[in-house]
Design a protein. Sequence first.
Length: 328
Amino acid sequence: MQAPLSFSPGVAGSTTTPLRAQENQNGYESDYYDARSEVSDCNDIADPGDCEENSCTSGSPNAAEELLEQLRVIERRCRGSAACGASDELYSNLSEADADVECLLRDDTSQFWVCRTDGCAVVTVCAYFRLNSVTMEDAVEAIRIPKERLKWDGANLKELEILGDGDIEDPSAGQIVRCVVNAPRPLKAREMLQRRWQLPLPGGGQAFVLRSFDDQSVCPLRPDRYVRAFTHLSGYLLRPLDADGRNIELTMISRCDIGGVVPAWIQNFVRRLAKQEVVKFSKLLKAHCEKLASARAEAAARAARARQLRAVAQLRPLAEVDSVPRNS
C-alpha cells in the first residue's frame, strides 16, 4: 500500500490547490525547495504543526493510532454521519472540526472534498469511493504491494519501493516506503520518504496510515532530480459494505506539502480536472481488483483440476479391478 503525493486529486496524497504557491521571476519552481523549509521561510504562514492539535511523532509507540484517529476525524468532518463508526466525541477534540470543507464532487459512488483550517497553511483532501464487486483482499493487495500498485497507477507513480525490513503492523516503527510521483511539466517529480502502518478497523475493515520523516542515511536528498515533498498525514480506510465482503468502501485522506514553487496556472488546471481524476482513480483501482479476482479464480480452477487428475491417476484400471479375487 502506498498513498503518494499526487497532482491528481483522485489519489490520496494529492491536493487540488498545491500549497503556498509562490512564483519566481520565471513563474516556475526553483531548482530545489524543501517542503518544510518553505513553510519556515514564509512569515505569513503558520507552522505546519498548528494543523494538528494532537500531533504525533512517527517513532512514538502510539503514532499509528494517533494518525488513524486524525484520519477518522477528517472523515467525519467530510462525510458526516455516513462515516462508519464516527461519533461526535471522535471529531470534537481536533481542530479539523473547524475546517472549511468544500465538496467538489458528489454522486452515488464517488465524493471529493477539500478542507481548509484556520491557522493551517496546508489543505487536506478527502475522497470516498464505493467499489462494488471488489473484495477487501483484492483492494488491500492492489494498494499495498508496490508491484501491483504500479500496474494500475503507473501514470501517477513513477517509482514505489519498500526500504528495509520494517513490519507494517509494528505500531511504533512501521514500514518505510519511498515513492516518486510524476508532476505536470515543467515541474520536477516529487519524492517522498514515509512510514506506513496497517491497522484493523471495526467490522472487518483495514486502515493504512502514512507520515513523512527525514533520514539522510535512508534516502538522501537529490535536488538535481526531485523536489522533496512532505506528507503530514495520509491514509486509506477500507470497510466491507456487506456480510459476504464482495462490496467495499474506500475513504482516502491526505494532508501534504508538495514543496517547490508552483505557478498559479497549474493550480487552476489541476482543480478543473478534479472530478475526472477522482472517477478515473476509482475505475482503475476497480479494474485491477477485478483482474486480481479473475486470476485467483483461474488459479483455483487449475489447482482443482490438477487434484482431480492426480486422483484419477491413482485409480486402478477396471480390468485390474475385475481380475482381483473376491473373498466369498
